[in-house]
Design a protein around this ligand. Structure first.
Ligand SMILES: [Zn+2]
Ligand SMILES: [Zn+2]
Length: 257
């Protein structure tokens, strides 16, 4: 087998039945990436410039605030990033303020409103784009894509990997989409087709069972079912939400709860 640096973490994640293995890998990459940016690297000039330019998404700013002690480092990051964003906004805002203040004659009003509308949309687009950009997401997405490619490679070339996938908990929908995109690249070999069939069939089976559990969870609210056993229903709601959105509610073994 061709061991690469990505093989071991992928095999590890698929070897543990703890929900979607790519969510396990995502969490690991996310924590490593946050540690990286909250560690010494935040003082490197190149990293600081990138942090000012790109910043972090809401989820990752919140994790930096909540999960790391010592607020000075984060305060410095936020200070210079905010100044950078204010500077970018100001360029568009100056033009907008000029247009808002202008008093047009009757014939110019329609054209002026069109120009103002276009500039409002441009400023909104720029604020949204800045708001969504994130150094952690960017870094994690790049690495995770490599892990998905590694999983497809292992399915095609490594005996025994298919068993790990079959015996696992399946994938969340977000990472199902990632896997399908990776499979779509290059030649759709017979093994890749078998992988797609395996994953899609598994998703249907797992989601059917989870929906049955969710149905029982809902029916348990009926007083007539109060004394009946919960079975697997107690964890149905977080399991379905994690299936839909990636692991958002808890990590650890879903199977054993
Ligand atoms: Zn996932
Ligand atoms: Zn992010």
């Amino acid at each position: 087998m061709r061991y690469s640096i990505d093989t071991i973490p992928v095999l590890d994640a698929f070897g543990k039945p703890t929900g979607c293995p790519f969510c396990t890998l995502y969490e690991k990459l996310e924590t490593e990436s946050l540690d990286h940016y909250m560690g010494d690297s935040k003082m490197e000039p190149g990293v600081r410039i990138a942090m000012n330019e790109t910043g972090f998404c809401a989820r990752h700013f919140a994790r930096m605030y909540n999960d790391y002690e010592g607020r000075l480092g984060l305060a410095l990051i936020v200070d210079t990033h905010t100044r950078h964003r204010m500077g970018r906004m100001q360029k568009n805002a100056d033009a907008l303020l000029g247009l808002c203040a202008r008093e047009d004659g009757f014939f110019d009003r329609a054209r002026s409103a069109q120009t103002l509308g276009a500039q409002l949309n441009e400023l909104a687009r720029q604020i949204r784009a800045d708001d969504g950009s994130c150094m952690v997401c960017r870094r994690v997405d790049t690495h995770l894509r490599r892990y998905v490619e590694t999983a497809v490679y292992l399915w095609e070339h490594e005996a025994g990997f298919d068993r790990l996938l079959r015996e696992g908990d399946g994938l969340c929908l977000k990472h199902t989409a990632d896997l399908l995109e990776v499979c779509a690249k290059g030649i759709l070999s017979a093994k890749k087709r078998a992988l797609i069939a395996q994953v899609l069939t598994m998703q249907q089976e797992k989601m059917t069972v989870e929906l049955e559990d969710l149905g029982w969870f809902i029916r348990k609210f009926d007083y007539r079912n109060k004394e009946k056993p919960w079975g697997q229903a107690k964890t149905a709601l977080p399991r379905v939400l994690n299936r839909l959105k990636g692991r958002i509610l808890y990590s650890g073994s879903e199977s054993s709860q």
